[in-house]
Design a protein around this ligand. Sequence first.
Ligand code: NAD
Length: 496
Amino acid sequence: MPAAYRGNYISGRFLRPVKAEELISEDPGDLLEPVGKVHVSPEAAEGALQAAAKAFPAWSQMPLAGRIQKLRRFQQALRRRQSAFVTLLAKEAGKPLAEAGREVDRLIHKVDEMVTLGLGLVRPYSVKSERGILGECRWRPLGVLSVIGPFNFPAHTPASHIVPALLTGNTVVFKPSEYTPFVGQWLAECLDEAGLPAGVFNLVQGGSAVGAKLVEHPLVSGILFTGSTATGQAIKERTIRQPQKCLALEMGGKNAALVFADADLDLAARESASAAFSMAGQRCNATSRIILERRMAKKFLEKFLQAADRVQVGYPLEEGVLMGPLISHEAVAKFQKYMKLAEEEGYETLRPGRALGTWGERRGYYVTPAIHLCESPPKNRSRHYRIEEIFGPDVQILLAKNEEEMVHLNNEVPYGLITSVFTRSRSRFERAFARIDTGMVNFNRGTIFSSGKLPFGGTKASGSFKPAGLFSPYYCTTPVALLEDRRPLAARPLPV
Ligand code: NAD
């Protein structure tokens, strides 16, 4: 049965836009059963931003305990509606059930992490100078923040911005991905149940035109974005004449696992296969390159191919599926384009990435896991496949002669999100760590693992050096210095 569309959420009410275009939300694993239809109107963004600006003074001045109480109610609403939400998320984002369950769990924990740890990072503190002058650092919210979300983690990534933004006293306008509007509506319903004052949180549906409004509008103090590097760059360009705006950009990756000859190869093969192919490789932190020390490459490859061949493709709502469909027709076309490029760039195909079109009875954007091998770096050829994010289930295997070359290959791509290092030697890990240029590094663990109690973000084209995860309260606020001289006038020396 199609999901019930309620409208945008503006100033505490769900409202259907009047002059609007229809947007169909597909189930990418079952095209004959779409999730539902929503209506899109870029004009709605104006109303949502005005509502957020009006709500800002009272919300930002509410005592912190009051804001925490509202966010706790949001958490309770999430818990009450958890199981229906997992199913919606699996269907609309084409995400295997187990993965959808983990995403909702992490979302629920987000409130605890922010209240107990995240807010601690922006606690005011006092200092006293030698001459008795008192100083204080206070953290001021920025104002109205636009949160723009991706399709692949459509609940957890926007909430990773929304929860700290609201807790620290900002008001929010959220635009979910055009591929996952009902997940966005569901988040709005839970925030509505939390009883936030009208206008503190708002939702507008739409694609790039609505997104552009939420970026450019003068009422907006910051843009908290998760999505591709191309869109992140477009946002930066659109705000080039508004340098006061905070841009927290969480973008793409081309992540590698470095497997040294002394590694536990069974562990490295298993972790890398699941990091490459779970959710059909549609994760910013998926493993898309495996860099091997040449002398044990054959042994590792045997184990890796075995692990990859066990990957269960299927409809996301069926038990045991690791890899569902890609999100869209365009994503399949992009995947196929890169399969051709891999051949043109001189890679050997170990497993071809094929578009299936159906899975059993269901029509959908299904493809198979792809693996390509490069014995030595391609010379005088294009390097699109080698260095660009595909966002599909593809992994390239690169061989290197030593540690130096492995680190060099890791760092050669324009992205810098995460690297995994597999070795039994801590000193080798530490040497590699010192030269790896990604924002996150996992030791004997696949690239897809992260912790909400740590920063999350990348370097180079993966981010704007404003890490999310636990550190998001930093970019939702600005530190304000306050000085107070309590000495009587007579005791104050004149400045010379
Ligand atoms: P996308 O860039 O296509 O879209 C992201 C959002 O931006 C959508 O809501 C879209 O409507 C909006 N948008 C598009 N054009 C816009 C514009 N001109 N102005 C404002 N908004 C605009 O990304 P996607 O395909 O939804 O998500 C996949 C990408 O996200 C991958 O590159 C992935 O690596 C990245 N990602 C990064 C992280 C991270 O934390 N670093 C997490 C998840 C996904």
